[in-house]
Write a protein that binds this ligand. Structure first.
Ligand SMILES: [Fe+2]
Length: 277
């Protein structure tokens, strides 16, 4: 067994205190007696080597973690910027509608404010930024309605009413490419003129078949419309508008949602529900 190949694997300069080990096999063999302690002298070197490797691994993990954290922060920033862009797109589109109809000025912002506050009472899960996009865009379909109809200072004839009643479906058509809008937001646009008794439009849905978010919004929309000057009438007082909401509970509106709106009005400061000058 003492060929040149084997000799080549042996350490060339062993420390003198390890000379005894050089006469032993390099690795423990099954012939080692039970309880015999294996060669201890190589353990500190091995531990040191493992420790060095652990340091390297720890350092790599730390730098990996820092890099991931920076990327996550960058992604958070990008998502935040994207959400701001979405909101600006929605606001721009909504304000185009508002600009067409001077009587609806500030209507959108008030609807968003009241709608969000009412949603928080009725079902907090509905009070999301995405639903607010739906509140802002609820009448976006009016882009396709002639201004002569929007601003007509009297009752609409049958054909004018037919065109006006297309605006929920036109609105859904306009926003269908905006894939950041949620189902709730789309439901506000499509169903905000449904009535609780099934006599609304465009789908004549009845009762709880009307998405809750649309039942919430229709109360807010009607309240704001009643307390604002319109081409065909002056603004109602707030007590009169509230009386009409209660009179319409279970016919036009979800009675539970009207009840929640009464709670909300009691909580709001007086100037928040004041009619615009
Ligand atoms: Fe509408």
């Amino acid at each position: 067994m003492s060929g040149p190949g084997r000799e080549g694997k042996l350490p060339k300069a062993r420390p003198s205190h390890l000379t005894l080990a050089s006469s032993r096999p390099e690795t423990p063999t099954p012939s080692m007696a039970e309880g015999e302690v294996p060669e201890m002298a190589s353990y500190p070197d091995e531990l040191e080597r493992i420790q060095s490797q652990l340091f390297v691994v720890a350092r790599d993990l730390s730098s990996l973690y820092m890099r991931e954290r920076k990327q996550a922060q960058h992604l958070d920033q990008l998502v935040g910027e994207l959400k701001t862009t979405y909101l600006r797109v929605v606001q721009t589109l909504a304000f185009v509608v508002e600009a067409k109809d001077e009587y609806t000025r500030y209507h959108l912002e008030r609807c968003r404010e009241y709608g969000t506050a009412l949603a928080e009472i009725v079902d907090p899960a509905l009070a999301t930024p995405e639903v607010q996009y739906g509140f802002l865009l609820h009448d976006v379909g009016k882009i396709g309605v002639p201004e002569s109809i929007l601003s007509k200072p009297g009752p609409l004839n049958t054909e004018e009413m037919r065109l006006m009643r297309l605006h929920p479906l036109n609105g859904v058509h306009i926003v269908q490419q905006m894939n950041f809008l949620t189902d709730d937001a789309i439901n506000v646009i499509r169903h905000h003129h449904e009535r609780f008794d099934g006599e609304g439009y465009p789908d004549r849905l009845k009762g709880e078949a009307i998405p809750l978010v649309a039942r919430v919004f229709s109360v807010v929309d009607a309240f704001d419309a009643m307390t604002t000057d319109r081409p065909y009438r002056k603004a109602l007082t707030i007590p009169e508008a509230l009386r009409r909401l209660q009179a319409g509970a279970a016919t036009q509106f979800d009675p539970d949602v009207v009840g929640s709106f009464m709670e909300l009005v009691e909580r709001l400061p007086a100037q928040s529900t004041a009619s615009p000058a």
